[in-house]
Ligand binder design. Sequence first.
Ligand SMILES: [Zn+2]
Length: 222
Amino acid sequence: MDLSERPAATMKLVGGRLFLDFINTSGGRRRDPSDRKANSDAVIILGEKLKDYFDLLAWSRHANLISEADLQTIIREARRRESEASSVLERALVLREAGYRICMAILGERGPEEADLVILNREITVARCHERLAAASDGYVWEWTSERAELDRMLWPVALSGAELLTAGDLTRIHACGGEDCGWLFEDSSRNRSRQWCTMQDCGNVAKVRRFRTRLRSTGKG
Ligand SMILES: [Zn+2]
């Protein structure tokens, strides 16, 4: 099974942190116009990239969370353990949306929903259960225990990346792309904190063209 052509395997990883790249697997997001609750982050997902478990695998290989050799093993296992694979996908989507809402709460300078923290904590606990201290040539390192092909293994580093972002990251550097129907999250690591777009080639360019057209129109040249 070749997963390399799937949209999930070709998407840009521009979040600056694994957890944010994972959140961006939603594709674009648009604010849900039917939701009128104050402070609501209800969104409509446009162009979902994780439509089945194999999409999640494709993204995980793309994000280098799984080696090519392990990928083939996991593909075989996922075909054999179909219902387990779909529950991993479900967990992934639940984690992703909780992560999104937590980040949006940070952007809105609000506290997170307790339920979202519970979801993230649950996945962090699972991840930590799979960590093992190992001796390396120049000291000690954390390794993943992987005696068998665990179908949820890509969620472990994702959850820990989320924990690290929230505890050790600079939360004031988390931003949502201002592009229309984008909403991708990224960590702005630019020195003067000037990053506005997921990528300059995509949303940045669209905005530039729009500004240019507006300028032409206002000078009567459009
Ligand atoms: Zn964007």
